[in-house]
Design a binder for this molecule. Structure first.
Ligand SMILES: *[C@@H]1O[C@H](CO)[C@@H](O)[C@H](O)[C@H]1NC(C)=O
Ligand SMILES: *[C@@H]1O[C@H](CO)[C@@H](O)[C@H](O)[C@H]1NC(C)=O
Length: 374
């Protein structure tokens, strides 16, 4: 008895010594693959290129994780053709690369936007204030800005909500993540995160600015609710978007479409400029609709590409039963090699390419804003 409890004590001491202050995290690294690791091991995995959902907060029954628990994503009949060409073209015309440059310069001037750092909180504060300024003339019964507090870390997610006029319960979401990371030493080294993923955030900010200027201010209002999400902590295992979509699923919200923008600015070969539309772990019917938008409104083509499991925040939508899609700067193999380092800087990006991504966002929210899900 005595020996046994000594033995237990010894083991506890060993574990405590090995992982001081490090509670285990539960990671889902594949559809049927779950592992438990200390916090510091998450970084090692990322450095080796492994992507995952950190589901620690959202699973109580592990390690007996059951895939059947994941809801299936319903298929909706998205519009087979576009019907708002004039309005969309009118907005696209006004895309301002100068404004995008200014926002990205400011956003990348934070030493890092690592979600656990004070800098990461400050960058969220700047983003929230800038969004409030962009949308300040829209009355509160139409537009609200929510600071989604994650409790475990300081950098909050931001949800901009344009409430629909006739079917506000049907929700269309545009997402991007605001955090950046230096995978070498995240708490110490710089991570300007221009492409990854400041570019997605700035692409969506510009779309929000034009949506405000050319649409809402002219008295238009979408039938469905349109939301812009700026997620915290993507780099920690999609933590921010998992919190948001898990809450939406619990509240039984009806998300009819989600489009993620993440890495929108790098062009490896200007002679062969295109966007990459991600076909794995996304929702086929929605992906087809996004292709229609690209064909209708962009001056460059798309190419199908694959990005792997838990690639970006759209994965948090689909694993909660909501349709998700993802358009990235190019075919995956041609994407920016400088991400997650001090070299992910603004001078390596193309604002014209980011503007093409902004067109996708405007096309999607204006077309789906007036679409009837039934
Ligand atoms: C708010 O936006 C206007 C342009 O619409 C700009 O001139 C002004 O500097 C902005 N203010 C802040 C605090 O960002
Ligand atoms: C969309 O809203 C407008 C008014 O804002 C209304 O006239 C129209 O019937 C609505 N469309 C649908 C499909 O509900």
């Amino acid at each position: 008895m005595r020996i046994q409890s000594l033995f237990v004590l010894f083991n506890v001491a060993i574990i405590a010594w090995s992982y001081p202050y490090e509670p285990l995290r539960v990671l889902q690294v594949g559809e049927n693959e779950v592992m438990e690791v200390p916090e510091s091991e998450k970084l090692n995995l990322r450095r080796r290129g492994v992507k995952f959902f950190d589901v620690t907060k959202h699973t109580s029954f592990l390690p007996f994780f059951n895939k059947e628990e994941e809801p299936t994503v319903p298929t909706y009949n998205y519009p087979p053709e576009i019907s708002n060409k004039e309005v969309v073209d009118d907005s696209i015309k006004n895309i301002d690369k100068g404004s995008m440059h200014k926002n990205l310069a400011k956003f990348t001037s934070f030493y890092t936007r690592y979600y656990k750092s004070d800098h990461g909180f400050e960058s969220a504060e700047w983003l929230a204030a800038t969004i409030a300024n962009i949308t300040k003339d829209i009355p509160q019964d139409t537009l609200t800005i929510e600071h989604f507090d994650h409790k475990e870390w300081k950098q909050y997610s931001i949800i901009v909500r344009v409430t629909g006029s006739t079917t506000p319960e049907d929700i269309i979401i545009i997402g991007s993540h605001q955090d950046s990371i230096n995978l070498l030493l995240p708490s110490i080294m710089a991570a300007p995160g221009a492409d990854d993923n400041g570019s997605g955030t700035v692409t969506n900010m510009e779309a929000l600015r034009l949506y405000t200027e050319n649409f809402l201010k002219r008295g238009f209002r979408p039938n469905n609710t349109v939301e812009f999400h700026f997620y915290s902590a993507e780099e920690g295992g999609l933590l921010g978007s998992l919190d948001v979509f898990t809450a939406y699923a619990k509240q039984k919200k009806h998300v009819r479409a989600m489009l993620q923008q993440d890495m929108t600015g790098y062009v490896s070969d200007p002679e062969d400029e295109h966007v990459g539309i991600v076909t794995d772990y996304t929702t086929p019917a929605l992906t087809d609709f996004i292709k229609l938008i690209i064909n209708s409104y962009l001056s460059i083509p798309y190419r199908d590409t694959q990005c792997g499991y838990a690639c970006s925040d759209h994965g948090s939508a689909t694993r909660n039963g909501f349709p998700g899609s993802f358009v990235i700067e190019s075919e995956f193999k041609k994407t920016n090699k400088y991400i997650h380092s001090t070299m992910d800087t603004l001078d390596r990006l193309s604002l014209a390419h980011m503007a093409e991504h902004t067109k996708i966002v405007l096309g999607v929210i204006i077309e789906l804003g007036s679409w009837s899900a039934w």
